[in-house]
Ligand binder design. Structure first.
Ligand code: M6R
Length: 432
């Protein structure tokens, strides 16, 4: 039997006999062998009917690893739910027909002249990526606000500001408090509240005017991974919707943008498949460090922050996420041979400036790990280690650049012998 395995969940639907750590083929308990093009870190020896329990690790050593590997399927699921399969452009109509299944009040999107996003932690970082798309693609002024700061320093009210609250759990106390504050202060104002959450039955959904579910399935690991990926998909679709409605993008450009989204699951799979061993090497080399820096520019500044959060949360290493340029204004003084720097260097608008930042880091003696889709020497020769991504448009690069950072955080945490699914001092949902 030979087949191309499209996702972890696909092959996990049958029971599997013993396999080593990284595998291209699976032997089922009935004796059949399934050849795959993916090499996957299967760790348990037998998987019995993995569909039965959503809290089953399905062959992975930890939920975090399982959830990282579920990301291609999560993107597919979200796109299947949000894309209209039979969309025809209707470009001549006054309001062009939407390519997306949002089921939102029409005025919510039509009225918005500004957007503010409120969220915490990883959801906040998804908001920062979204800010880039909403401003740079759709041309809508967007602010991302820390939900935990919102109540004590509420921003001045402005009409036609769409507030988007993002929370995977839908129960984060800080985010709910920000939504409540926004609701109570904005009476008499034309303003809408939209929720983006992985829990459509949550307190958030009850508090907002409409909800967009992220459809990532249950996330057990405290470190958010696949829910972040799903938040990005929903935000990208929303930004494209705004851009199309405002005729910033033509129907043809939206079609191209949708095709690029549809290519993502295979690209994420390629990163998981090809970079696993590089990540193992990097993790072994740096598992004992005390400090680490992640640098990114433009849209990948958000991913630098998210990568540093993942590292702090799971490995307890002091990790700083910085915009590449800003890091030069003082923090670079902390570098020496014991402080590895991870530089996110996608091709595109920030390529040259990120390379210059990386070079500066290197000359200050720090070990340098590059995450890049550019492979030609001499540019890449400066990296001590390199995670290579498939070719990708810079605007979409966060979908890929975050993956090696998630894997690295996971792998270092395991190497340090930590409880990766349940880090100390935090819980999955901060309800107080
Ligand atoms: O459920 P939420 O998305 O509202 O949670 C917000 C943060 O508490 C959460 O993202 C936290 O930062 C994660 N544990 C990060 O992995």
């Amino acid at each position: 039997m030979s087949a191309y395995i499209r996702s972890v969940s696909t092959y996990c639907r049958r029971s599997i006999a013993a396999k080593p750590l990284l595998t291209n083929s699976l032997r089922y308990s009935d004796g059949a062998v399934l050849e795959t093009t993916l090499r996957l870190p299967l760790i348990l020896h037998t998987i019995q009917n993995a569909d039965a329990d959503p809290h089953d690790r399905q062959g992975f050593a930890h939920f975090m690893l399982k959830e990282i590997y579920e990301q291609p399927e999560v993107v597919r699921t979200c796109l299947a739910a949000y894309l209209k399969p039979d969309w025809t452009t209707g470009e001549q109509a006054e309001i062009p027909s939407s390519p997306f299944n949002f089921s939102l009040p029409a005025a919510m999107l039509a009225d918005a002249t500004q957007i503010q996003i409120v969220a915490c932690g990883t959801s906040y970082h998804a908001g920062l990526v979204a800010q880039h798309w909403l401003e740079q693609l759709a041309g809508i002024p967007t602010r991302v606000r820390s939900a935990s700061e919102f109540v004590s320093a509420p921003p001045p009210l402005t009409t036609n500001t769409l507030t988007i609250a993002v929370t995977q759990s839908g129960e984060t106390a800080d985010t709910l408090a920000a939504v409540k504050a926004r609701r109570s202060r904005s009476e008499g104002f034309q303003s809408w509240l939209l929720g983006i959450t992985n829990q459509p039955e949550s307190s958030l959904s009850a508090a907002v005017d409409a909800t967009l579910p992220t459809l990532a399935g249950t996330e057990v690991g405290v470190a958010a991974t696949k829910t972040f990926m799903a938040q990005l998909v929903v935000f990208r679709c929303l930004a494209l919707e705004f851009a199309y409605r405002r005729r910033v993008l033509s129907a043809q450009q939206v079609q191209q943008a949708i095709a690029a989204l549809q290519a993502l699951p295979d690209q994420i799979e390629a990163v998981l498949q090809q970079e696993y061993e590089t990540i193992q090497t990097v993790a072994q080399t740096f598992a004992a460090v005390h400090d680490c820096v992640v640098l990114g520019r433009g849209i990948n500044r958000a991913i630098a922050l998210e990568g540093a959060l993942k590292l702090k949360e799971t490995t307890y290493i002091h990790a700083e996420g910085y915009a590449g340029g800003e890091f030069m204004h003082g923090p670079i003084a902390m570098l020496d041979a014991n402080v590895p720097v991870i530089a996110i260097v996608p091709s595109g608008s920030v390529y040259e400036s990120m390379l210059a930042n990386a070079q500066k880091v290197k000359t200050n003696g720090a070990p340098l790990i590059g995450i890049t889709n550019v492979t030609e020497p001499p540019d890449c020769a400066m990296f001590d280690y390199q995670c290579t991504l498939p070719p990708i448009d810079e605007q979409l690069s966060p979908f890929l650049t975050v993956v090696p950072l998630q894997l690295l955080a996971y792998t270092i945490a395991v190497q340090r012998g930590l409880d990766v699914d349940r880090p100390r001092n935090i819980t999955k949902t901060l309800t107080s």
